[in-house]
Design a binder for this molecule. Structure first.
Ligand SMILES: *Cc1c(COP(=O)(O)O)cnc(C)c1O
Length: 456
């Protein structure tokens, strides 16, 4: 074997060994950053090193410092693993090293995005005519949705925001729920709106938008450019806004609806949960993640827009040296990147591996397992605080201090990993079931470890 072939085999074998032993390894890393830092070296090396030595050194340096997020008993944040075909596709993506800016530079990458984009729209119930940008994640997808919105509402008001910026522009109203994800605020900062203009709408008891409050907020302000952010999948409770009623209301006020559905949009792909996101097709833009519930490796997200021309006008740029510019918007035209990773290969592979039925099953299984978690913990004396509508469970163990202690003890124990959150002023344990590989046995073992920690 030549050196590169041998090296790639070795890297793939090490990755495979890591993944196959993951279910039997403590989920939390053994070492923290400070402990790991010396293994990565001190001064910048002056001399070159043989690539094989470098790879061996890297594997050794990372030893003990990898969080088992890809494994079946990681329930922190909203994470998800990475499906076998998607993982292998990412290995190919690294090997092929395509620059997916456009179809001239990377025809296969753009073709894969085109195919996966229509499959995604079909699965999620987004209109087939919508654009699909393959982005880094929910943050970029939210930024793009709001960027397209900014373009559209200001164009309607007779203002060219791409040329003239926001100084002197007609005032834009931006409305979002109090339970919005924090990335919405960062997107508003990036877009030059700032966060203080945000008009907040109350939430109901499970964290979905309160329609009466939305109606009141919309009615209280003046007519004119209006953008409203809705949410599918509250990051704490899993609650989804009533997208149909809320969107109809916003449209009556002439506004643009952006839906942040980083993980919650996947409810649409499962017949048993699709009612939670009923009406999503009425919205104007949507943000969704691949690296969460679809179980694709990092980084992977999608920015959809019902008006492809608004999406491309707001996001793309033209330059004389760019062959291929001027065709249908694709690749870099629909993202905030120019040179970019060919993310479509892994997405295509994940969708191809699971098919419609496999994805419905993945979503349904995670929801049933979340329910099982909640029931087992409640039977063991814990307090389940949210209405478990999707894959998220919030659990309290008495007061805040005690709940924190239980979370720390569970993280130390290593059977599973989950974190804490603050919801309605209380510290709570947050459980997210998002991994394709999680089984009933994983949930039972994890629930037992949590209940054992409460006993200590
Ligand atoms: C995770 C999440 C985001 C941010 O997505 P990233 O992929 O981390 O950038 C935004 N909104 C919601 C509702 C999320 O759950």
């Amino acid at each position: 074997m030549d050196e590169l072939t041998e090296l790639l085999h070795r890297a793939a074998a090490a990755a495979a060994h890591y993944r196959t032993t993951l279910p039997d390894t403590p989920v939390a890393p053994r070492a923290d950053v400070a402990a790991l830092r010396p293994a990565f070296g001190d001064a910048m090396p002056k001399q070159p090193s043989p690539p094989g030595d470098v790879v061996d050194e890297l594997i050794q340096a990372a030893e003990g410092g990898l969080m088992g997020t890809a494994g079946p008993r990681f329930f922190g944040f909203v994470i998800g693993g990475s499906l076998p075909a998607a993982t292998a596709a990412d290995v190919l993506t690294a090997g092929w090293d395509q620059c997916a800016f456009n179809g001239v530079l990377a025809p296969a990458a753009i073709a894969a995005e085109a195919c996966a984009g229509s499959w995604l729209k079909d699965l999620l119930g987004i209109p087939a005519t919508a654009s699909a940008g393959f982005v880094t994640g929910g943050q970029e997808a939210n930024t793009l949705g709001l960027l397209a919105a900014r373009h559209h509402v200001l164009t309607e008001a007779g203002w060219d925001v791409e040329r003239d910026g926001l100084l002197g522009a007609p005032a834009v109203r931006v409305v979002a729920g109090v339970e919005r994800h924090a990335t919405i605020d960062r997107s508003l900062r990036l877009l030059g709106f700032g966060t203080s203009l945000l008009e907040e709408v109350d939430a109901d008891t499970n964290g979905a938008i309160d329609l009466a409050s939305l109606e009141q907020v919309l009615g209280a302000g003046s007519a004119g450019p209006l953008i409203v952010c809705l949410q599918a999948g509250n990051v704490n409770t899993g609650a989804c806004d009533d997208l149909r009623a809320a969107t109809e209301l916003v449209h009556r006020h002439g506004g643009w609806v952006h839906v942040d559905g980083a993980f919650g949009l996947w409810a649409a792909a499962n017949p048993a949960t699709a009612h939670l996101v009923d009406g999503l097709e009425l919205a104007d833009s949507w943000a969704c993640d691949g690296h969460k519930w679809l179980n694709i490796g990092y980084d992977s997200g999608f920015a959809f827009c019902s008006r492809p021309e608004a999406h491309a006008m707001a996001a793309s740029y033209r330059a004389a040296y760019l062959t291929g510019s001027g065709g249908d918007p694709s690749g870099g035209d629909l993202t905030l990147q120019s040179s970019r990773r060919a993310r479509g290969f892994a997405v295509w592979a994940a969708l191809r591996e699971l098919g419609n039925d496999g994805i419905a099953d993945l979503v349904e299984r995670c929801c049933l397992l979340a329910r099982r978690f909640a029931d087992t913990l409640a039977a063991g004396g814990a307090e389940v605080v949210n209405d478990v509508v999707l894959n998220q469970v919030l659990v309290g163990f008495g007061d805040d201090a005690r709940t924190e202690k239980v979370i720390e003890a569970v993280q130390r124990d290593g059977t599973c990993w989950l974190g804490g959150t603050t919801w309605r002023g209380r510290r709570l344990m947050r459980i997210s079931v998002s991994n394709y590989a999680t089984t009933e046995d994983d949930v039972d073992r994890s629930a037992a470890a949590i209940l054992a920690a409460t006993a200590r």
